[in-house]
Ligand binder design. Sequence first.
Ligand SMILES: Nc1ncnc2c1ncn2[C@@H]1O[C@H](COP(=O)(O)OP(=O)(O)OP(=O)(O)O)[C@@H](O)[C@H]1O
Ligand SMILES: O=P(O)(O)O[C@@H]1[C@H](O)[C@H](O)[C@@H](OP(=O)(O)O)[C@H](OP(=O)(O)O)[C@H]1O
Length: 484
Amino acid sequence: MACQSNATNVKEDKTEELQSTERNEELTTRSPRDWLKAKWKLRRKERSGGSFEVDADSCERGRWSGKRRVEETEKKEEFNDDDDDEGCANAEGKHWRGRNSSFEKVRKEEEEDEDGRSTISAVEGDTKSSRETPKRNDEEELPGVTEGSTTQQWSSPHPILSKLLHSSTSSSSSLNLSSAESDEVFSEGEDAGSKRKTFRKVRISENNTLYTDAALKYVSKGGEVLKLYSEVEANCLDCLMRDPLRPFVPQYHGLVTRGELCYIRLEDLLSGLKRPVIMDCKMGVRTYQEDELVKARVKAPLRSDMYQKMVKMDPSAPSAEEHAQKGVTKWRYLQWRDSISSTSTLGFRIEGIMMEDGSIQRDFRKIQTLAQVTEALLYFTRSQLHTLRAYHSRLLALSDALKNSPFFRTHEVIGSSLLFVHDHSKASVWMIDFGKTTPLPDSQELRHNVPWSEGSREDGYLIGLSSLFFRSVAKRDNPILYTL
Ligand SMILES: Nc1ncnc2c1ncn2[C@@H]1O[C@H](COP(=O)(O)OP(=O)(O)OP(=O)(O)O)[C@@H](O)[C@H]1O
Ligand SMILES: O=P(O)(O)O[C@@H]1[C@H](O)[C@H](O)[C@@H](OP(=O)(O)O)[C@H](OP(=O)(O)O)[C@H]1O
């Protein structure tokens, strides 16, 4: 299915200065230089196979996630200005530039912020009602709780995400979660100056990847997040807005430029949730694209950062040759990560969980069995039946939508996540991250429920979906859960 990135097909958001179509014009005609610059940077990353590059100002540029964080940092001032314009709680950024913050502190600050949010909520309520897309019934209402009050109260950005995002631009991890490992994570070809900068950025990314990826810039007005533009992802989102999967994907509001960078505007999935509990599950039996494997065979750049992450987790994992060269190809690393986690066996892995107190757990890398996954899911939901039921029915609905989705049939979905979010009153599951989701050649379709063999492009997404809830929690030998 041929898809074109056409932001005019997505709905408008009147809270921004420009309408989507105008934004596109801006991108293509008003500031072609900026547009090309942003595109060129992204392309450079693709060409470099995701390895580090050092540019004139000695900043890490090539590493995809890291790169976005660096650019975010560089654009911080600009964003702060924007935030001011848009009423974003800049004070949050200040809190998080402090070095001694803790989650406890965040929680306190959150509560303070919460009190000051009522005026923003009212404005956003209007904004939301002006959207073209009618309010969807995506979120499972939990029994005995009415939606109104919480939605009103929290239609402004969730302060946890907002603060953590701000924290990713601070000069050290204000979350006090930094590890020795990340301090040493560098790639080849960097000079001392860039290493210092990379050191900072990588340390941040190591610790906060799940919720603080600076690829996402939180914007208070309108309940949106911005993610650095990727042509692949924008094309997918554009298609998805016209697909049966639309209710399972954050609403895509087109593109916006900030400074010289272009961003994708996405619905904030935490909007309306109070003290959300979040789980990111990376779907599929592999997290690398077939191209990555082909590149690795030819002459892929060696990633010393990935080698070091590997050694940190298991010093015996790299081969003698890899130890000698102190580097591994990206494919080798991703494939190894898949093999030690439940990705290759169950078709998904838990990337991380954030509980309502803000604590982040990322210790699921080596979880492999259904029993371990089930434990993690029960921990995540605190075995609350109403939450489990809500997730269960949402996943059943997703399963149906996937069956009817032309997009799903015709795309290889790699590295995409299901984002589980709930609070005391609601629970929902969303498909996110389409940066490595690509259309198949004409007329080719995937089954998604069979193992991968090279060339088949099968991703095993449905294997993961089936293991994720239906084969784990719902089948748990637990009389209460049988009622699911
Ligand atoms: N629309 C959204 N609303 C709220 N939070 C979101 C949204 N999209 C993503 N997130 C949060 O940001 C995190 C990172 O998002 P995403 O996976 O899209 O970014 P990425 O940079 O592609 O990540 P990766 O490190 O997997 O490459 C998610 O785990 C989730 O917590
Ligand atoms: O979770 P980990 O173990 O830290 O490893 C990262 C993870 O696999 C990301 O999905 C991947 O980004 P992509 O999905 O975009 O490839 C990133 O590659 P990168 O370093 O090239 O961004 C890896 O470093």
